[in-house]
Design a protein around this ligand. Structure first.
Ligand SMILES: [Zn+2]
Length: 288
């Protein structure tokens, strides 16, 4: 970075001529007194200026620019959460938008439109959760991520109070295995408290593939204690925020896997988007 002196003095040297006036604004301290030290004015590009005043103004402007850059980068932290903190099982999901959601069946068109409509309500400040339910491969994660893309708003550069929105996509299986790894790997940052806080803090969160983290989709085993703790704390922290869930599981299966109190919590304030036509009707015993 160029020093303040060289920025200011460079052009001064180029075309400076002394002027007969003096600037009387500058003082120095002698004893306990401020003494005026007159500074010879100069002609710079045809204008009479005080070089000290010019230098001080430049310095202040640099300082202000630097402060506003720092402040803006802190404000964009929220906006960058989606890209920097999300946890994917399948990284291609990070390219998902509403535009590139492939629609081949009427149900997909209907669900995509419903999702886009629900997102508009969230953007207007309403708070509810969205539950995307159906068998694998119907694009639930895609729609979930596309929703976050739409909700991820950068801060207004002209409004220092605007912090933007933070969005986060967390694949449950990834999160669970990262946390499990942190139990023995002391270097890992993905500790249970870290992941819990990350998920609790985001303005908009996708919990992707709920239930897959238990690895027991096709068995009757239940989610482990730390998963219960994680979901319990995250849902507590998010009572006033929207959460989008995707799951391959039926509600009945969710009740087998998790505490019923926890499932009831997850099901609160839910708007359902269900892929029924692509699903196995015997499996999908949906209460709605
Ligand atoms: Zn001056």
């Amino acid at each position: 970075m160029q020093s303040i002196k060289s920025v200011a003095v460079g052009p001064l040297n180029a075309r400076m001529t002394f002027h007969s006036d003096f600037c009387e604004k500058h003082t120095y301290t002698r004893g306990n007194k401020d003494v005026v030290k007159p500074v010879r004015m100069m002609i710079l590009n045809g204008k009479v200026v005080c070089p000290r005043c010019e230098l001080e103004a430049d310095e202040k402007k640099l300082q202000r620019d630097l402060e506003s850059q720092i402040e803006f980068s802190q404000r964009t932290k929220n906006f960058n959460t989606l890209e920097k903190r999300s946890m994917f099982r399948d990284r291609t999901v990070s390219r998902a938008t509403f535009d590139n959601y492939d629609v081949s069946e009427p149900e997909e068109t209907k669900n995509k439109n419903r999702m886009m409509d629900l997102i508009k309500h969230l953007q207007q400040g309403e708070v509810f959760n969205i539950f995307l339910q159906g068998l694998p491969g119907v694009g639930k994660s895609h729609l979930g991520y596309a929703a976050l893309k739409a909700l991820n708003v950068p801060p207004d550069p002209d409004n220092p109070k605007d912090m933007g929105k933070s969005c986060l996509f967390i694949n449950m299986e990834e999160a669970a295995s990262a946390i499990k790894d942190s139990f023995s790997n002391k270097e890992s940052k993905y500790t249970e408290p870290y992941v819990t806080q990350l998920m609790g803090d985001a303005d908009y969160l996708v919990i992707d593939d709920l239930g897959a983290e238990t690895g027991s989709e096709h068995s009757d085993s239940r989610a482990s204690d730390f998963i219960h703790r994680l979901i319990y704390k995250v849902t507590s922290a998010r009572q006033d925020k929207a959460t989008i869930y995707t799951t391959n599981l039926t509600s009945k299966k969710l009740y087998q896997m998790y505490d019923s109190k926890l499932v009831s919590r997850i099901m609160q304030k839910q708007q359902y988007i269900v892929f029924k036509e692509t699903s196995d009707k015997r499996e999908m015993e949906l209460p709605f």
